[in-house]
Design a protein around this ligand. Structure first.
Ligand code: ADP
Ligand code: ADP
Length: 228
């Protein structure tokens, strides 16, 4: 699903160069549930931005679902992003003035899905995360955990190859965090591939594999025997 070979990201600001990723090799198979850990500044966000086709590597290869990402231009990257990737953010990133339904519908508008199908897929996705009674609520009428469930429904709705979640439980209390992790776990049981950044060891423990970054390199890659 994801094949990364000798991937480098070097940020240049004038004379200052920062080697944010230093020759990363990483393969993620379909159906994996991976957490990315590591201290601040270790390259996690840079890695997620590249995985999400929001940024391009300086050097190296990235293959996503057999597309050679390093060879694509900006427009092609945007198309891949919309088709193959579902994003979940720490701060939810919902449109605040519009309903849960409209938020979930949005990625399908970009993908030119017909109205009738948008409707049924949005409702199905909201049901999938247990929000069938909140379809017409706006974000400010929902709890943090419910907002994140809307964001997960939005991430699912184009049936992505991979779900990328950046600290998805970072703004949630422990009960809501657990609910969100239960949803990710059951999506993964149904076959979804999930890559998640987290600072919390308790959260990482619920995934199947923990990849730890330090100073732009992978220093540990551990399969969690109990969750496989
Ligand atoms: P993490 O997400 O693990 O905190 P980042 O990927 O954000 O790490 O950062 C990795 C390194 O790259 C850090 O040294 C950071 O300061 C640097 N960095 C990140 N983004 C930029 C940028 N846009 N310009 C220059 N340096 C950057
Ligand atoms: P940047 O300003 O870092 O170049 P973009 O302008 O591409 O990034 O994206 C702005 C914000 O929107 C970022 O926080 C990014 O993570 C998010 N974003 C970009 N594309 C998508 C997408 N297809 N779905 C959800 N969020 C996205």
């Amino acid at each position: 699903m994801i094949k990364i070979e000798n991937l480098w990201k070097i940020y240049s600001n004038g004379n200052i160069k920062v080697e944010a990723l230093k020759g990363i090799n990483l393969n993620i198979e379909e159906g994996e549930f991976v957490s990315i850990m590591g201290p601040s500044g270790s390259g996690k966000s840079t890695m997620m931005n590249i995985l999400g086709c929001l940024d391009k590597p300086t050097d190296g290869k990235y293959e996503l679902d057999s597309a050679k990402i390093q060879e694509l231009n900006g427009l092609e990257l945007a198309q891949i992003r919309n088709k193959k990737i579902g994003f979940v953010f720490q701060s939810f990133n919902l449109l605040s003035r519009t309903s849960a339904f409209k938020n979930v519908e949005l990625p399908m508008l970009y993908a030119n899905v017909k109205s009738k199908e948008r409707n049924s897929r949005a409702i199905e996705a909201l049901k999938r995360v247990g929000l069938e009674n909140r379809i017409h609520h706006k974000p400010n009428e929902l709890s943090g955990g419910q907002k994140q469930r809307v964001a997960i429904a939005r991430a699912l709705v184009n049936n992505p190859a991979v779900i990328l979640a950046d600290e998805p439980t970072g703004n949630l209390d422990s009960k809501s965090s657990e609910e969100i992790m239960d949803i990710f776990k059951s999506l993964n049981d149904e076959g979804a591939t999930i890559v998640m950044v987290t600072h919390e060891p308790d959260i990482a423990e619920k995934t199947k594999r923990v990849v730890t970054f330090k100073d732009g390199e992978i220093i540990e890659d551990k399969k969690m025997a109990t969750n496989s």
